[in-house]
Design a protein around this ligand. Sequence first.
Ligand SMILES: [Zn+2]
Ligand SMILES: [Zn+2]
Length: 531
Amino acid sequence: MTTKDLARMLAETADLMEVLGESGFRVNAYRKAARALERYQGELEELRAAGFASLAGIGKGLAAALEEIVVSGGFDYLEELRGQVPPGVSELFAVQGLGPRRIRALWQAGVDSLEELVRAAEEGRIAAMPGFGQKSQQAILEAARFALANVRRVHLSTGLESAALLLSDLAGAGIAATLAGSLRRRLETIGNVDLVTTAGPAEVAAALGEHAREVRGGVVHGALEGLPLRVFCVAAGRFGSELVRATGSETFVASLGPLPAAADEEAVFAALAAPAPPPCWREPEHVGLEPPQRLLAEEDLRGLIHLHTSYSDGSATLRTMAEAAVAAGYEYMVVSDHSQTASYAGGLTPADLERQWAEIAALNAELAPFVILKGIESDILADGSLDYPEEVLSGFDVVLGSLHSHFNLPRDAQTERLLRALENPHLTILAHPTGRLLLRRQGVAADWDRVLERAAELGKVVEINANPWRLDLDWRQALRYRDRLLFSIGPDAHSPEGYADVRYGVWMARKAGLGPERVVNAWPLERWLGG
Ligand SMILES: [Zn+2]
Ligand SMILES: [Zn+2]
């Protein structure tokens, strides 16, 4: 358990209290404590030793409750509240823009699930409710549809972590199983977990313990992280065929025709006289496309592009970030703290930039041949301009431009905004282009063909942001532009640990069919930015 887990529990408690009609002092106390824990930077044990009440925002009563939660590993009061709110009502929290009070109002009006919310909005019943209106009904309808499509999915990173634990549990019981399905394809979000093994179903079910529910036709069904879990128990002579079947998207597998029986995947594709596509290359979008000769690998990356330091909202100093990049074997890094308008993230004033550039010069002398490039993650302002005057912009080696606000502009205005940013000669990289947060927030509406077409014409780089919550640009768009656009893989790291996220970006690049030729941070620095 971490302080962040405790923060989440308290925030959920406050939410459910409000949904159940409580308000005022007690709810506020939970919220304040949740925020204090969320912001706390140290370790849980440190805080316990000092006493929870030593943290401003946590009162005596809650401090005792927190201590109990840590000791018992659970929170009875929260469990009790969860028991009073139907699960379908709790799911309404997944709808962007709905807080506990509006959820309470909806529940009282008979809306007790996402499906029912979509139906009510479609039938115009939400607009008629006090405090809602036509405009918020439309916004709720769109957000509810999005939530409905995503609520029973998790991020790739979450799915991989849980599956790794499960696989090691199985291995501990002497069962070798192989990851299949969308996890093996490295899809950006996961709706189920599929494994293939040659072990028997009874043995597998016993090893899965509480994760197993029933055995049907040689398949053990169960659940992992709330996702449906299936373990296909197959004969050794058909392991390859069943792995191909269980890995590919349905459309892709169907495109292969009848699968011959074989013990491994290579033999299956050899018998089909088809080139064996890597697992990531088995989506519906890949049907009919030649598998690429050479896909990007993590080892191809020479530089880290897009990272934050304690100059803005990163948690480590510039020196720590640079030394970690050297230790990880990179040749260069582009530091890209936030620009001045991003005051919520400690955006840099021109005076801050002077200090940072001086430190970069000193570190470059010390760490050579490693190179730190002077970059910035500049907000793209509402009108498409960048966040500094000309004379400041011309001082950067690399300018990343990002949308961090005004996500709801009309499609035409958003398109013009992005196009204007691209036309700016100082802009090097369009970072997390759509601003989406997977499972949370849809990307902005824009004419992406116009935007990406123009980026290709101007030779601008488009980022595949590797943060597992973003993975933006979407790989499907990148796939369409794989022969024309240049890309960068950006970890968007806020600490040295964040560098490891590049692997998610590399997986998305592979799904898009990109090789090192198309990814600027796989190039030697001179090739990208000149000598
Ligand atoms: Zn950003
Ligand atoms: Zn960033």
